[in-house]
Each structure stands twice: as structure tokens, then as C-alpha cells.
Design a protein around this ligand. Structure first.
Ligand code: GAF
Length: 403
């Protein structure tokens, strides 16, 4: 069997030191500090956030780092340790579609917070991403949240800004400046995670509840399929649009309001008849909300078998009703289950990206090996693997916060 590639999280202190040095070389001055924000894995509750529903993600130990320095001349200079492209412009130039590409996730945060920022504020930013890109692990939200926490720490007038309000600003940056119509799950967990816990998010009122990981003998194995994943293409927005049309046809503010017991009712079917794919999409959203709450109950009962079967049920619903899976994700799920995983599913927006599997701690290598072998047999690109240990939220890494 070939050697598997495991993506390890970076060490905060090492990255902070190297990044501060690169910042000095690039901008000729030291940063005010270095901040980091985590990517995420969603255990269950997919495509529910923009329907006012439930999700249960965890923050990964894999983080995006941002060395940041405030300026007082309204200029933004944005660069990356990995990306060859950079952007320089004035704060007033930032807006929907400007700048393009990854710098939008940085500049967009300043744009979204503009009302609360002092006149003339600008930034120098150098980012260093350690969340795999395009892997459905929320590298974009980690990017905007790392800059968001930096700006909040550095600007006196923002000291009282809550994590929920900062998450909302990062969502606006992504929706309105970067043009990706995502919900708020990723930013919420990146900013509001609790170390060693999952986070139950209720997107209706943005409340969160930490949920303990009660299965110490089991791990969440992440398979980065390395199939391309982009939320800025049309598929994600199309699903969201269908859900909004379905809610309107049902006379509801969001699909959260639909009682699961009414899914088969004739009036519901009639109302959705004119919404292409409406019935199947609605069925996914409504049943997925139920699975999230059932899974929280299964965790409380330490019932790993039930947790696993709910995860697999989620995948089937995403594959068949929501139609956001793809060949690579299905191969990963089937191979993981075949090798003894208790459950497996795609995670994140879909159309590529990552799958996760609930695996007995002793079987992690075995299951990962089986997935890699299945990919090789199918002629797919070699997948990468990581372990999803629930980790801490965004914050400053250098200079280390005191107290
Ligand atoms: C992406 C989005 F950014 C989230 O808001 C969420 O909708 C997810 O896809 C699907 O559950 O990660």
C-alpha cells in the first residue's frame, strides 16, 4: 500500500514568528500582531444554515494566520505567503466585486465594518493559510475571520463588538464583496467555537450551544478528495434560490417552519409543484434538521452506532435529494463504510471537497488506506487525510494575549 498523506495543523508560535519576519521583509515594518482563525468540519446539518435550520460543526486545529498592521492613510495592502497575487488599493475602492479573488475576503471585512471604523483607517495584511484550499473545510471563512478578529483587537471602538456581530460582518464580506452566497455556519464556528466541543448552531436566532464529544474511542477522519470545490460558482446559489422559492410557495419565511410531519401532505406537494426539484430539496432540508437534533441526542447517549447511521443518512439525502455530492465524495463514503467506518458523509457545500467518516480510533489508518486504495482503483487523484480534533476559536497568537 502506498504511503498516505496526512495534513497536520501548523504550530502557532512557529508560524507567527516566520510570518512576522516575512511581513517585515515585505512591508518594511513589524506587524501589530498575528491572529489565527480555524477552518471547520461539519459533523451534520448541511445546507440548513441559509434555511434557518441547525448545524453541528467543529473548529479544526488547522488555521489561517494573518499578520496585520493598522495604517492611518486609508490604504489596504494585502498579500499572502502562498498566493502569487496580491492587492493594493484604497478602502473606498472596496465594494461588491472589488477586489476580485482571495483578497476580497480580507478587504470585504474592512468594507463590512466600515461604519464602525475611524476615518482613514487602512491595513497591511500578510496571510498564511494552513486550512487546505478548496477542500470544503472553510478556508475562506478562516481567512476573513482571522482578519476580523485582528481588526476588532486593534481598533479601540470595536472592543464591544460581539462574536456574533463580527461573524455577521464576515458573512457580508463573503456574500457581498466576494460574491459567494453562503450561509453563516462557517464564520460562526470559526469565531464562536468552544475548544474540544462541537457547536450546535441554530441559524434562526444565531444562538449556539457547545456539545461535548462523548465518543473518546472514535475519531472523525477527514478525506480531502482534492476534487475542485468552489462556492462562488452557480450550483450553491441555485440550491439556495430553490429553497427560497420553495419557502415562498409554502407561505413561509424559511423552510425551518415546515413541520416534518407535513412533508407528505397533498397541500405541500401542490404548493411545491411549480418549483423545479422543490420537493426533493425541501425533503433534504427538513429531514436534515431532524438528523442534527437526533445526533446531538445520540452523542448524549454515547451511541456511536446511531451517530454513524445518522451521518450516512445525511450523505444519502445530500446525494439523492439535494444532489450536491459527486463521484469522489461517493467513492470516499462507500470505501470508508466498507472498511468499517460507523458512518460517513460529505461535509460542507459539496460538488467536491471533503468527506468525513466516524471511525474507531484503532481503525483510522485502515479506513484511510481503504479510501486511498479505492481512489487509486477508480483512477482518481490521491486523496489527503486529516484528523478532526475539535479545536478552539479565532484569536490572537502573537504577541500572546495576557490574562
Ligand atoms: C458552505 C457554506 F459556506 C455554509 O454556509 C453552508 O451552507 C455549507 O456550505 C453547507 O452546509 O460551507
Amino acid at each position: 500500500m502506498s504511503i498516505l498523506t496526512w495534513l497536520e495543523p501548523a504550530d502557532d508560535d512557529t508560524v507567527a514568528e516566520t510570518l512576522a519576519q516575512s511581513f517585515r521583509q515585505r512591508f518594511g515594518v513589524a506587524p501589530d500582531g498575528v491572529w489565527a482563525a480555524p477552518g471547520r468540519v461539519n459533523l451534520i446539518g448541511e445546507h440548513t444554515d441559509y434555511n434557518g435550520g441547525f448545524a453541528l460543526p467543529l473548529a479544526l486545529p488547522h488555521r489561517t494566520y494573518a499578520a496585520v498592521r493598522l495604517r492611518d492613510d486609508g490604504v489596504l495592502r494585502i498579500a499572502s505567503a502562498q498566493q502569487p497575487s496580491s492587492w493594493e488599493g484604497r478602502v473606498e475602492e472596496v465594494g461588491p466585486g472589488r477586489p476580485q479573488g482571495w483578497p476580497a475576503y480580507v478587504a470585504g471585512v474592512v468594507w463590512a465594518l466600515a461604519d464602525r471604523l475611524p476615518d482613514g483607517l487602512g491595513l497591511d495584511v500578510l496571510v498564511d493559510g494552513h486550512v487546505p484550499l478548496g477542500a470544503g473545510l472553510s478556508s475562506s471563512a478562516a481567512l476573513s475571520c482571522s482578519v476580523g478578529v485582528a481588526v476588532r483587537d486593534l481598533v479601540r471602538g470595536l472592543a464591544g463588538l460581539s462574536d456574533a456581530d463580527l461573524a455577521a460582518a464576515c458573512v457580508r464580506a463573503e456574500n457581498e464583496v466576494a460574491g459567494a452566497a453562503t450561509g453563516g455556519m462557517d464564520q460562526t464556528v470559526s469565531l464562536r467555537a468552544v475548544d474540544e466541543h462541537l457547536l450546535l448552531i441554530d441559524a434562526r436566532d444565531h444562538s449556539v450551544l457547545p456539545v461535548a464529544w462523548t465518543l473518546p474511542g472514535h475519531e472523525v477522519l477527514v478525506v480531502d478528495t482534492r476534487a475542485h470545490h468552489s462556492l462562488a460558482d452557480g450550483q450553491y446559489a441555485a440550491r439556495r434560490d430553490t429553497c427560497e422559492r420553495a419557502a415562498t410557495a409554502l407561505g413561509m419565511g424559511s423552510l425551518r417552519e415546515l413541520d416534518p410531519g407535513r412533508l407528505e401532505d397533498a397541500d405541500v406537494r401542490r404548493a411545491l409543484a411549480d418549483v423545479p426539484d422543490g420537493m426533493a430539496r425541501v425533503r433534504h432540508v427538513v429531514t436534515e434538521n431532524g438528523r442534527v437534533l437526533d445526533l446531538v441526542g445520540a452523542l448524549q447517549e454515547q451511541d456511536a452506532v446511531l451517530v454513524g447511521s445518522l451521518m450516512t443518512g445525511s450523505h444519502e439525502s445530500l446525494r439523492d435529494d439535494y444532489e450536491v455530492s459527486c463521484r469522489e465524495l461517493d467513492v470516499a463514503v462507500t470505501a470508508a463504510l466498507g472498511a468499517g467506518a460507523l458512518g460517513a458523509r460529505m461535509t460542507g457545500g459539496g460538488f467536491g471537497g471533503s468527506a468525513i467518516a466516524l471511525v474507531d480510533r484503532e481503525d483510522v489508518e485502515l479506513v484511510a488506506g481503504a479510501v486511498a486504495e479505492a481512489f487509486a482503483d477508480e483512477g482518481l487523484t490521491e486523496p489527503h487525510f486529516l484528523e478532526a480534533a475539535p479545536s478552539r476559536p479565532a484569536g490572537r497568537v502573537a504577541p500572546r494575549p495576557t490574562g
